[in-house]
Design a protein around this ligand. Structure first.
Ligand code: 16G
Length: 240
């Protein structure tokens, strides 16, 4: 099964073997893969080599370990395209998953200078500050911290965040959502976020900052999202 003459290292060949079985569904989501000992016997290699292959697949997000139980196949990552301006609700429905939210806080407050400038506010203008966890099929995917100018939608209340905020804003502002700017960076998850996202630390997350505008040119939200890097994959089409 392994080609010991090959220039491809043995641990990489074992990774390919396991990956192939995950991709073709032989090892399905949530199922345990053979133990380290079984794989060691199967391939006639050292336990360290097998462990290296498994660790690489865990780091890639294809497998996860549970102490004392074994190693299991992860759910495939949710893919989000970076070409269209869509909402979390739309993204999940498009993937056949059920979106849901948990509202952690909803406050009216004076913004920081960065948020005030970003939302083109003048001194004394307040924002609604909203924190929620977003789920797909009851799995936590992201934490969102959203800032919205109070003067734009003074009637906004918590109920707007039970479902899709984008549906609410288009209805109540009588404007359409037009475009957004977005930046993304990878960081290690903070302890408090790890708890909310049910992640074990240390683990990577993707921080996305989005500023979105209505067709009248006014920014209506700044959103700082923390996505689980093991559940999310961003895909873009690029043209030359
Ligand atoms: C997405 C947006 C977020 C927006 C939310 C609205 C990213 C990085 N962020 O999560 O800016 O507020 O959708 O979703 O994609 P909703 O309409 O389902 O509430």
């Amino acid at each position: 099964m392994l080609d010991k003459q090959s220039t491809t290292p043995i641990y990489v060949q074992i990774e390919e073997y396991l990956k192939h079985r995950i991709v073709n569904g032989e090892y399905s989501k949530g199922q345990a893969i053979p133990s380290e000992r079984e794989l060691t016997d199967l391939f006639g290699v050292s336990r360290m080599t097998v462990r290296q292959s498994i660790t690489n697949l865990v780091n890639e997000g294809l497998l996860y370990r549970e102490r004392g139980r074994g190693t299991f196949v992860s759910s495939p990552k949710v893919e989000q395209t970076l070409s269209g301006l869509t909402s979390f609700t739309e993204d999940m429905i498009a993937r056949g998953m059920a979106p849901s939210n948990k509202l952690l806080s909803f406050e009216r407050q004076l913004p920081t200078i960065e948020i005030a400038q970003g939302l083109q506010l003048t001194e004394g203008d307040e924002v609604f500050s909203v924190k929620r966890i977003r789920y797909a099929d009851d799995m936590p995917m992201a934490i969102e911290r959203t800032y919205i100018p109070v003067k734009l939608v003074p009637e906004l209340d918590q109920d707007a965040f039970g479902g899709s905020f984008y549906v609410f804003i288009e209805k109540s502002s009588e404007q359409k959502i037009s475009h957004a700017t977005q930046q993304m960076e990878a960081v290690l998850v903070k302890k408090e976020d790890a708890e909310l996202l049910q992640m074990k630390v240390p683990a990577p997350v993707l921080i996305i900052e989005r500023k979105s505008y209505l067709t009248n040119g006014l920014p209506f939200e700044i959103v700082l999202s923390t996505y689980r890097a093991d559940r999310y994959k961003f895909v873009s089409e690029i043209r030359r």
